[in-house]
Every structure is written in structure tokens, then in C-alpha cells.
Design a protein. Sequence first.
Lengths: 518, 155
Amino acid sequence: MDTDDDFMSNVSSEDDMHPDDSDNDISGDEDFGFDDEPDVYIDSPKEIGHKKKAAYDISFRVFQPSDIQKQQDELIDEVNMILDISKAEAAILLRYFRWNKERLIEDYMDRPGQVLDAAGLAQSTAGPPKMKVVSDFVCDICCEDEPGLESFALKCGHRYCVDCYRHYLSQKIQGEGEAARIQCPSEGCTIIIDARSLDLLVTPELTERYHELLHRTYVEDKEALKWCPAPDCQNAVECGVKKKDLDKVVPTVSCLCTHRFCFGCILNDHQPAPCELVKKWLKKCADDSETANWISANTKECPKCNSTIEKNGGCNHMTCRKCKHEFCWMCMGLWSEHGTSWYNCNRFEEKSGLDARDAQAKSRVSLERYLHYYNRYANHEQSARLDKDIYHKTEKKMVQLQKESGMSWIEVQYLNSASQALQTCRQTLMWTYAFAFYLARNNLTEIFEDNQKDLEMAVEALSEMFEKPISELADSKLKVEIMDKTSYCNKRRVILLDDTAQNLAEGMVMRTILCFWR
Amino acid sequence: MTVPFAAKRLGKELQKISNSLPPGVELVSAENFEEWLLDIKVLDDNPLYQNQTYRLKFRFGPSYPIEPPEVVFVQLPDRPIPMHPHVYSNGIICLDLLGQQGWSPVQNVESVCMSLQSMLTGNSKNERPPGDEDFVRVNRQRPKDIQFYYHDNDV
């Protein structure tokens, strides 16, 4: 795998070579969005400068539409030369072999006839495809038989009128989104309509869609390529991380359009949590969170059998429908101990009541535990949703600040860096809570939680500074503080991610994750 | 093109089947180019379908025959829904040739009727598809929108 993305980490490490340079965050931001995390290794004593990449960094490349086209053309040219077949045929064969050039060449060398047949290229070379007028022709689709009707047939000889062919193709291309494997309209005929025939038959507005679809099959057929999921982004990302390794790495990639996403599951950046855990967590939240909140707020458990009970009116004398246990809703103690003070619970000190409340508390622990993590996760998620707002506000603030303090454009960019840092760190924090929910208690968890706490405190502090009014922001002391805090946040994030990624890679954290809380 | 695509083809088909239809297939009504009714019978001695006639309803979209027609069995006092592991008790048929993948524009009303005839003829299982009850209760979709999963080819 190539490491073209190194330009990013190179830039950021260069930034860190000059920690005194107050513009360090700015220069990175201008060119590469918010991906300029300072490289921690310069500061960390144990790994001074030896390792260039952080443990969570993975290699990837971003391809623009023209690159994708070029790659396809190159592969087609190559097969065209090696196998001595036309480019149109090479393209069909490559698509049939899902762009696995080596397998195609090998198979074709072994048994060309079979390969051609299977890919829908029957073995006759009848010259370029063309429309014809055939005498005594009846189109089997529209049953038209007027003389002079233009018709078309592939190598299989199934001939239909041009009009019907066009209808058929537009249905396939527009209606069903097919492109690379459209077959002859005849029943049971597996001949595939090749690119040149399609160019001949397809109307101009469809040609565009057709090529777009063909284009897509290239990316969709290759395991190492995926589309950037951002709306309107046409780039694809190449990354060598295999599906089976997803429990050990969280392959986060960032497209040229600045969208950061996980190559494994296409969801937004969810470092440090691995995909499988994210899936579990999201499902749990979709199923449970509202229910759990409601249960927590509105119910108690029977002190004897732990059935969850909702009190929907009436007095405090509860009789569990399941085990017939009688207790007081207020103090959870035995009803029989209430003596004469029935319907007016003043027995809060009674032993049975205390015990029952203890037991109750324990049975709530697992629910409360989930809610603890969920609420923190949801809080950061909400903040992440407000990112766009914050960003726009930042832009306005920067303009205002320029006017009021006479600072230049470049001098106010530190606010932009701070905003970007806040967004990225919040995103990471959000997932640390989902991650922590699935962790069992041990030393590693404690280190993880310390890292989490440090990052969270730094983020909250930065967030507070960031929201100060313009008049205060103009103060150069605060500017320095914000810049320091920004770089500190980024550093803490890198430390947390790096640490977790290393543990994941070594299988240490995963082993503990395996004993999932249910 | 003055006449819509589907109408042109259906006109020709109607002309042909008004004159002759294969044995066991009968045209009941074809008053427009949107919906036709046909009756089919199983001709061999398959005990499941003896002495029964089944009513088929064809509905054609504007791009028939590029798109498949929608074909279902209809229940009437003297027209039951045939028992078959690919026919739901509400008349919906799960057959790949009626889906977009299996359909070919060369197919026509006559060939569909014959395919259904032979689908019944070849069947020996006196049963409905798995999950028939649930499907019939909850399904509100048109047949063409249902994602059938064609899992066996031997029935």
C-alpha cells in the first residue's frame, strides 16, 4: 500500500518541530482542513522521533473521479495489450472478473473460450456493431413488422427493433441502475451488451448516467476502494485495511472534501471504538435508551422478585402481581410492618425498608451504568451536531474580531483552529463513552479513563474560553491561552487515540471487550 | 410515437390471442390496455388441481413489455387460489420470471400463462409458501414492490 497520505503527517510533524511558531496550527488548517493533529512523539520522551506515524494512523489514498477513470483506462490498456483483445472486450472481461487483472489473465490464458462465453462475449468477430434494416423482420418485443424498420442484434443474433432496444436499455440503466452487466433482452440469453454497442444505442442523456454507473462498478467491485459518503462528494478512498482486521484497527480516513469517516463501516469517524462495538452500541441505543430512561424515571423493582413495577395511581400499598409480595411504594419496606400508620408512610428508618432499598439500588446499577455512558455519549453527540453552527459563528466572530481589534485575517485564524479542535475532540470523546461502556475493569481501563478525563477537561476549558465575547477575545493574553489550549486538546486526543489503538492492535483491550456487559 | 409503447404491443398480442390460445388458457376480458383477465386450467392429471379453473389478473404498466406485468391469481366463488409453495393465499405469485431480474421483454401474456400452467403441473406439494399467514396479514405492497427471494428452482 502506498503512503501518499504521509504528506499530512509530515506537515503536522514539521509544525511541531517549531513549537514556538505561533502559526503552527494555522498553516496546517489552511491546506488540509482540520486534520493537523500535532504529532505527540516529539514531546513524548519514550519515542522521540523514531516512529513517524501514530498507532491509529492508517495509510489511505483519496482518488478523484479523473483518477478513477485513469486507473480503469490503464487496466484496460494493459489487458488489451497482453491478451490482444479489443479495449471494449478487455473492459467487459475486467468487469466480469471484478477488476482482478491477474485472475483474468491467468484464466484467459488457460481457457479463452470459456472465459469469453462466461463474460458474455461470444467468439465471433463480426466487426463493429451497427443497426441494420433486415427484410421480413418482426420485432419480438413490440411485434412491429413494417418494412424499413431499423433493428439491432448482438453477436447472439437475437434481433430487436432499435426503438425497443432503447426502451429496454433506459429501463435497465435508469430504472434498475444496471450498467456493466446488462444482458441481451432475449429470454435466457446471457450475452452482455458491450460498451460500443451501448454507445451506439443509448441516447445522450443516458450515456452520462451509463458511464457514471460503469464508473461506480469499478469502485464497488474493489474491496480496497470505497466512495466518500459525504453528500455530493465524488471521490473514492483506497485503504488496505481488511475486513477481518476491523477488531484491531479503526481505519479512519479523511477525504479531500474534509469529511472524516471510518473505512470499515462508512460511518462518521468513530475512533477509538472499533466498528463491531459501534454497531452494537448504536443498536443498543436505538433499542434501549428511551425505554431505559423511562424505566429509570417511572418504575421501581419489587423488593422480592425484582419485577419492574410501574405505579399508575392509587395508594402506596403495593402487591406484586407476580410474587404477591406486599410492600410500601414509598419506603420499599414490608407492608405488614407499617402497623397502624397505613397509607401514611413515616417508617423510613425501618430495617426491612433499608435492605429493600439497598437491593433495589443494586438491581439498578446496570441500568444506571448504561445511562451514565449513554447520557455522556448523547451529550457529545448533540454538541457534534451543533458543529456546523459553531463553525459559522466562528467565521462571523473572526470577521468581527478583525474589525474591532485591527488584527489581520491570519492573526484571527487561531479561532478557526480552536473550533476545529473542539469538533474533532468532541467526536472522539463521544465514542470514548460508548467504548468505555463495553470495557471490563482493569488497569488498562483506568489509564483509558484518565486519558478520557484529561481530554474532556481540556475540551470543556477550551469550549468556555472559545465562547467569550469579542471584547475579551481581543485580549492578546486570552489569544495565547486559547492557542495553548487548542494544541493541548489536540495532543490529549492523539495520546488517547494512540494509546487505545496500540492496545487494540495488541489485542489487549479487545480481550476485555469480549466479556461484554449486556 | 402516437400510440403508447405498451398499447401498441398489447394490441398485437390481443389480436393474436383472440384468434388462438393454447389449450387450457382462455381470455375472459381485455377491455383496455391496463388490465386483462384470463382463466387457466391444469391439463394433466395432477391430483392437486383436478377439475379446477383459476382466474389470473394481468396489469400492464406504460412500459410493458420492457417491464414485467403484474400477475396475480384472483379468488371468486368458482375460482379458488391454487395450492402451491410459490402462491400466497391472497393470490400473489412468487415467480422469478415475473420479477425484473427474470423477466424478458420477449415474454408475453400467452407465455406467462403457459409458464404458470407448467408451474402448477410440476408441483406435488399441497402447501403454501413459508410464512404465508404473516405475509398475507401484513402485506400491503404491490407485487412488483415486494423483494422476493427466489431460493429454489425445483418447484
